[in-house]
Design a protein around this ligand. Sequence first.
Ligand SMILES: *Cc1c(COP(=O)(O)O)cnc(C)c1O
Length: 392
Amino acid sequence: MQVNTHLQQLQGNYLFTEIVNRTEAYKATHPEQRLLRLGVGDVTLPLPQPIIHAMHQAVEELAHEDTFRGYGPEEGYIWLRQAIIDNDYQPLGIDLSTDEVFISDGAGSDLGNLSELFGRNNRVGILEPTYPAYLDTSAMAGREVVFLPCTAENHFVPELPKEQVDLIYLCYPNNPTGATLTHAQLAQWVDYAREHHSIIIFDAAYESFIEDSDVPHSIYEIKGADEVAIEVRSYSKSAGFTAVRCGYTVVPKKTGLQAMWLRRQCTKFNGASYIAQRGAMASYSPEGKAGAQANLAYYKQTADILLTGLRKMGYQVFGGKNAPYIWCRVPKGYDSWSFFDHLLNTCQVVCTPGVGFGKSGEGYVRFSAFSKREDCEEALKRLKSLAHSKNL
Ligand SMILES: *Cc1c(COP(=O)(O)O)cnc(C)c1O
């Protein structure tokens, strides 16, 4: 037996364990202090009632002989795939057929599994700093990775690669930088992919945070993208499904990959849970939409409070609009981790050190709008008094 040495060589998830370790150590020595957690990358508000109701009903159906169901279609129920097209794509003028939409148990699985469609020797382009999944799955497959640095100088949108990259992971609105692309910028990537016969895996997990009209909601808004792009979406951030687990992936037939993906899913994935799919379906009802919108409105306002508050204090901040993350440059004299420690020790504020997402993240920390609003307001107050005491 030989293990997958690529997987074996991957390091542990240093970032989040280290955050937990440092936070726990502080708590142990300062049990009286209230910590303000502004680092969370997970939703915090409960699911909207209409979605809960639909899932309760689905459970009840499974309890009775005449409404019971067993295995569903591997690619997801047709009613949900049709609702996705009608609600998420038709209004954008995008034509898809239901067999190009695949229901998943969340974006995380598909972002990893899609890697199986491609040969080992493909070179992968990855934005850096990055959400760890793209890098780790590429490393597990033993692929060569080309890092595409995202810095304040390039407004967190990297230049097109100089060399050939065959697979490109794009995530916009971006986690962790909160950056977005305009239609024109995204079109350049689609052009690159068409010229270089590459495939773009477009992670649109934060699509529901988009407010500006020049920010595309889907890569298929760009002409020709259906030949070179796979789009991955999730109900996790848009409707609070991080625990429920449901998302979907669009693999257009024109990519030449749709049949392969169907074959792969039928073999290795027996479908998302019926209950989760009923919940996702309910997010398209008028009541479900209103509930999800109310949660999003809360997070968007929290993002705005953080962004405005930090900016007023003189911090250099990015994102926070069209995205739930605020990417904040640390003050002079600090790096990501020393500023993390400083905020923890002086304000009891927990953020996420930017360097944990890649070396271009050094000198930044990430604040999250998925935090409690009172905690954000309190954190800003503490930061302000810190600035006044010249402790910064
Ligand atoms: C949260 C998040 C997702 C969603 O993952 P799920 O597995 O659907 O919960 C996908 N991509 C990014 C960048 C995320 O931050």
